[in-house]
Design a protein around this ligand. Structure first.
Ligand code: F55
Length: 835
């Protein structure tokens, strides 16, 4: 269909083409216009929420203009695009980010002030877009920001969940989960009711011969559900590029709302069928690092992969190129194994629909995909039962069997008579029921597999994917150490620190070239600079103290050492080690004389994070933290010397307040379990020091900032296996200081001890899998060092400044460029140059 306006009329169009506000005056006009017309409100009826909406709509208009232009230019330029497939995008708020990225926040601040609002109040009205669990989802969001900032033609593809990650409330110390319904009045998404894809499920496969006698397969009948596209504009920082995030929403297919049932008077069941279709995109699964094999989750995965691939293939076919050029036009990155079905789906489209031969299709597939692994934890490796897959996706299972057959044949040729190897690397695990190992499909179907920090990338090559290194050689495997976007995690979260750095470096170029931070190092000994640095930290701690007062009711002394651990609650991340350490501190304080107490550095231990709703051990850890807080915080003998705080509902916008306010933060996973970690980078970039194990990106942070600037402790990854073995077959000796902590808990110091028995027995009796006891002594000793060094504020400040100066490596822009070079083979497209 020709939708393009004929040439003679285009002049009139161009004359009226939308324009962007540039001055305060123009912003105010747009703001008021949106409030009076779009929102149908007035100056007599304009609260902070309306002010947020007015500002959001004014900025949204600007984004749309650049977004349309970017998409047109990217289509005309006809160069390779990258598609980032992720079931999670943990975006947080959009307005503040949009203001900063288009460079108009000051204009908006002045304009809002003229009209009676404080910009912070308007900004804080926005509901977080929380379509993710933790690090994996936030990494996807940082990718989007960076890809747009660097002008890469890039799209994100995800699911438009009606409910994001649950909202956490703490009631009597326990976590409660509240649904996060976030879609009402969301100005940042654009429904594309004209962009829909019918997605099939169930049914059966029939074989037939085509006119040349070739055997073909057709997947028939079953149910169909409609995917509807919703687009979200992604502005780059100080660039004209505005990329697209396309989220799919499920809807009953037009045929599915059964008019026969309807006419037969069975209206209710017709509507019920519609509800079933809409369930697919209803809710984000709230597990991190755990796969539970639920059918609805597999449906979500296929629905999203099939819709995205249909869209990508449709766009490619418009170019009229030969199929062999597909990998020159398209790179698809798989964020973990969740989108692995996209590999199978592309192979299906190429052979069943487009009629390519298997081998030709398969080389297109492997040339297109890259796979990022985020975990070595066995319980997180995705497997689907064969019967489940047979029922839901019969044709895909056949293709998986064929992929496996050809793969195993090639392995057998190179390693004859190694039957063990064949069973180890088979996509199908011969269990009851048989299981499909998704990571193996992802490896076999991609040209590159990467881990997210050096240690992690080494571990996947030597443990879980060892055989594949033997088979493919080391080149298929690579490392790209994670990073974070300095726009959100420095400039937006910590505007004063960003401004101070800009003043010293003569501008904000460091926000797009973070290695420029190294020029700060010459100011380390500058007394005035140190004071300014310290004052900013103090202000940020005050801001956090206010948040703590608001959400917990507790007052904390902002001159205390703020010690923070915020992340998903998980045994491997060891919040239990932290709270046992806090109990140890409390017991030590109680045993001191008043004279001794005078020398103690006051401390606030701050926790935050969600537990997966079905993860009992994680929920007990939260309950223990809150039980300790209840006792310690009201102990007058202890006063400010120790406070314990659990900040409920930790999310992206709370992280923006918490990260700039830490003196020390904890990244204390059992060595070898945390793939990378990214909040470690956020804290250091904001001038906090960290205490951590030799795990994930902590190791590279140490290499960059210097080991004198970090508090490392604990056993090394290479010793973990041996230590675990000794817990069972050697003599397991509980650390004596930890025993004292357990005794206090068992005596009822923190309430009914029966609430904590499983937590304690997992260590005392069931092998202490996460080595809490093994690391306890070293952990306590390191905290004593932290206390000592905090008393020398000048030294502390020098460490803080030096560390920030050396954090350039952890910019997401370095990460994006590495993926672009090593995995995607893609170039930036500067929209300004194209104009
Ligand atoms: C979510 C769902 C499933 Cl089924 C499995 C895992 C997750 C998840 O949230 N994983 C996750 O956040 N992984 C983290 O990824 C970060 C980014 O690479 C790493 O920094 C972090 O170490 C890792 O745990």
């Amino acid at each position: 269909v020709e939708a393009s306006i004929p040439e003679p009329l285009r002049e009139a169009w161009r004359k009226h083409s939308a324009t962007k506000f540039t001055t305060k005056h123009e912003f105010e006009r747009e703001f008021v216009r949106h409030i009076e017309t779009t929102l149908a409100r007035s100056l007599y009826n304009c609260d902070e929420l309306a002010a947020y909406s007015g500002a959001a709509l004014a900025f949204r208009d600007r984004l749309i203009i650049e977004w349309n232009r970017t998409q047109q230019r990217q289509t005309f330029s006809d160069q390779k695009r990258v598609y980032y497939l992720s079931l999670e995008f943990l975006m947080g708020r959009a307005l503040d980010n949009a203001m900063l990225n288009v460079g108009m926040k000051d204009v908006a601040r002045d304009g809002l002030a003229d009209l009676g609002f404080r910009i912070e109040d308007a900004i804080s009205q926005e509901h977080d877009a929380a379509l993710g669990n933790g690090g994996l989802g936030r990494l996807a969001a940082c990718f989007l920001d960076s890809m747009a900032t660097l002008n890469y033609p890039a799209w994100g593809y995800g699911l438009r969940y009606r409910y994001g990650i649950f909202k956490q409330e703490i009631v009597n110390g326990y976590q409660m989960e509240i649904p996060d319904y976030w879609l009402d009045n969301n100005p940042w998404e654009f429904p594309r009711h004209d962009i829909t894809v019918d997605i099939q499920f169930y049914g059966h496969v029939t074989k037939y011969q085509d006119e040349n006698g070739k055997t073909c397969h057709s997947w028939e009948a079953g149910e169909t559900v409609q995917a509807v596209a919703y687009d979200v504009p992604i502005p780059g920082y100080h660039t004209k590029t505005t990329n697209n995030l396309r989220l799919w929403s499920s809807k009953a297919s037009s045929g599915e709302f059964d008019f026969q049932k309807f006419n037969a008077g069975d209206y209710e069941s017709a509507v019920a069928d519609q509800q079933i279709a809409e369930t697919i995109s209803a809710v984000l699964y709230p597990n991190d690092n755990l796969e539970r094999g639920k059918e609805l989750r597999l449906k979500q995965q296929y629905f999203w992969c099939a819709a995205s691939l249909y869209d990508i293939v449709r766009r490619f076919k418009k170019t009229k190129r030969a199929w062999s050029e597909f990998p020159d036009q398209v790179a698809i990155q798989l964020n973990d194994t969740h989108p692995t079905l996209a590999i199978v789906e592309l192979q299906r489209i190429l052979i069943d629909v487009e009629g390519l031969e298997w081998d030709e299709a398969w080389s297109i597939v492997t040339g297109t995909f890259g796979y990022t692994n985020h975990t070595v934890l066995p319980e997180a490796l995705e497997k689907w039962s064969v019967p489940l897959m047979q029922n839901l996706l019969p044709r895909h299972l056949q293709i998986i069997y064929d992929i496996n057959l050809f793969f195993l044949q090639s392995v057998e040729k190179r390693f004859p008579n190694d039957r063990d190897m064949l069973s180890r690397v088979s996509i199908i695990e011969e269990s009851h029921p048989k299981m499909v190992r998704m990571a193996y499909i992802a490896i076999i179907g991609s040209h590159k597999v990467n881990g997210v920090a050096e240690l992690h990338s080494d571990l996947i090559k030597t443990t879980i994917f060892k055989d594949f290194v033997t088979i493919y050689g080391p080149d298929r495997f690579t490392n790209v150490t994670n990073g974070i976007t300095p726009r959100r995690w420095l400039h937006q979260a910590n505007p004063e620190l960003s401004a101070l750095i800009a003043e010293k470096l003569g501008g904000y170029d460091f926000l797009t070239d973070l290695t420029l931070l190294d020029r700060l190092e010459v100011f380390v000994d500058d007394k005035k600079f140190r004071r300014e640095w310290a004052d900013i930290k103090a202000k940020n701690k005050l801001r956090l103290a206010r948040l703590i007062k608001d959400v917990t009711g507790y007052s904390v002394n902002p001159n205390s050492l703020f010690d923070v651990q915020v992340k998903r609650i998980h045994e491997y991340k060891r919040q239990q080690l932290n709270i046992f350490g806090v109990i140890h501190r409390y017991l030590s304080l109680k045993a001191m004389t008043p004279e001794e107490r005078k020398k103690v550095v006051p401390r606030v231990s701050i926790f935050g994070g969600k537990a997966a709703p079905g993860y009992w051990m994680a929920k007990s850890i939260i309950y223990l933290i809150n039980s300790v807080a209840a006792v310690v915080n009201k102990d007058d003998e202890i006063g400010d010397l120790l406070k314990v705080i659990f900040i409920e509902d930790y999310n992206v916008s709370k992280a923006e307040i918490i990260c700039p306010a830490s003196d020390i933060s904890e990244h204390i996973s059992t060595a070898g379990t945390e793939a990378s970690g990214t909040s470690n980078m956020k804290f250091v970039l904001n001038g906090g020091l960290i205490i951590g194990t030799c795990d994930g990106a902590n190791i590279e942070i140490t290499r960059e900032i210097g080991e004198q600037n970090i508090f490392l402790f604990g056993n090394l990854a290479e010793d973990v296996e041996d230590l675990r073995h000794r817990h069972f077959y050697g003599s397991f000796q509980l650390d004596p200081q930890l025993k004292r902590v357990f005794d206090a808990i068992k005596e009822g110091t923190f309430g009914d001890p029966s609430s904590f028995t499983s937590l304690i027995s997992s260590i005392e009796e069931h092998g202490d899998y996460y080595l809490v006891s093994d690391d306890f002594n070293s952990y306590i000793a390191t905290h004593d060092m932290v206390d000592q060094e905090f008393q020398n504020q000048e030294e502390w400040l020098a460490k803080s400044i030096t560390s920030v100066a050396r954090m350039g490596f952890f910019s997401m822009d370095r990460v994006t460029n590495e993926y672009a070079d090593i995995i995607w083979n893609i170039e930036p497209l500067d929209i300004a140059d194209e104009a």
